[in-house]
Design a protein around this ligand. Structure first.
Ligand code: ADP
Ligand code: F6P
Length: 322
């Protein structure tokens, strides 16, 4: 016997590749188990506006491979207020919906937490390129974003090597350095600047000079947006060394395109897991995978914990980039 009969799904905050695969998994898994399922358009804004539609098997056809989100997403100030949250809960209750899957980042999770306190069973799926949600090894979209950055660095490397230049590449991640770390390691970057590890521009500049003197024909510096602006880092290096790196800000390119197979599989597993957790009567949990195991962790714990930074990978990148 399921504890919920009718559920809804929404995507919220910044979009990420694999959100569609997660929506598909939630819808198909819910239907498989005999539940009714609704899609909410434009995140919490759509919830407040009663912008919901019933989903069937065909509503989520041909989307597993698509970036973006067919449900669209929004940032909704009204939902941060108690009145907004009450409106959202009322809309769900009036439609007889007793469970909600929220696909988004930690802000969206806070909204799910509030709805849970108003009697709606909620499950969070970590949908963000930033990989900044703890209690899951990876978030949905991170793998694709990293592969986009790696691909961009490969291209930059070609032209940098021809001209014996250096390149500063600014990547997203908000306060988290994971995109920079993983993409930097995977692309053999000489320097990785992240908010989790303090750095000294004097050392960065002198290392670059040493690298060129030791015969390196290019130098790639990956900077996470949380560690500083690519432009400022570039200026700082030029002032200290006379080297004039070219700067590339990858921006929203990192949030688009087809999700990798890793993101599609992660999204499929987590979407199905979220439905099963709701059916068991669980609420206000974040779904994740840790070392291959599906885990559901209290959202309260998730939003009050900082994701630990992988210093082993960071040190490995340093050792290998000499
Ligand atoms: P993300 O989910 O990617 O972290 P945001 O921080 O922009 O993105 O949050 C997405 C939406 O979640 C916000 O626009 C708002 O509607 C809702 N939200 C954020 N914080 C809260 C909160 N403290 N209480 C209720 N809802 C919130
Ligand atoms: O959280 C995803 C993210 O792309 C961050 O990496 C970035 O800091 C932010 O969203 C950009 O937000 P916006 O799309 O509103 O410019």
């Amino acid at each position: 016997m399921s504890e919920v009969k009718s559920i809804a799904v929404l995507t919220s905050g910044g979009d990420s590749q694999g959100m569609n695969a997660a929506v598909r998994a939630v819808v198909r898994s819910a239907l498989y188990h005999g539940l009714e399922v609704y899609g909410v358009q434009r995140g919490y804004q759509g919830l407040i506006n009663n912008d919901l539609r019933p989903m069937d098997l065909r509503s989520v056809g041909d989307i597993i491979q698509r970036g973006g989100t067919i449900l669209q997403t929004a940032r909704c100030k009204e939902f941060i207020t108690a009145e907004g949250q009450q409106k959202g809960a009322d809309v769900l209750r009036e439609r007889g919906i007793d469970g909600l899957v929220v696909i988004g980042g930690d802000g969206s999770y806070q909204g799910a937490n509030k709805l849970s306190k108003l009697g709606i069973k909620t499950m969070g799926l970590p949908g963000t390129i930033d990989n900044d949600i703890p209690f899951t090894d990876f978030t949905i979209g991170f793998d694709t974003a990293v592969s986009i950055v790696v691909d961009a660095i490969n291209k930059l490397r070609d032209t940098m090597t021809s001209h014996e230049r250096s390149s500063v590449v600014e990547v997203m991640g908000r306060h988290c350095g994971d995109i920079a770390l993983y993409a930097g390691l995977a692309s053999g970057a000489e320097t990785i600047l992240v908010p989790e590890v303090p750095f000294d521009l004097d050392q960065v500049a002198s290392r670059m000079q040493e690298n060129f003197q030791s015969g390196k024909r290019h130098s790639i510096i990956v900077v996470a947006e949380g560690a500083g602006r690519g432009e400022d880092i570039t200026r700082g290096i030029t002032e200290r060394s006379g080297i004039e790196p070219r700067v590339t800000v990858l921006g929203h390119i990192q949030r688009g395109g087809n999700p990798t197979h890793n993101d599609r599989i992660l999204a499929s597993q987590l979407g199905d897991f979220a439905v099963r957790m709701l059916m068991e009567g669980q609420s206000s949990k974040s779904c994740g995978i840790i070392r291959g195991e599906l885990v559901a962790t209290d959202i309260d714990k998730v939003v009050s914990t900082k994701k630990p930074f992988n210093m082993d990978l960071y040190n490995l990148a340093l050792r290998l980039s000499q």
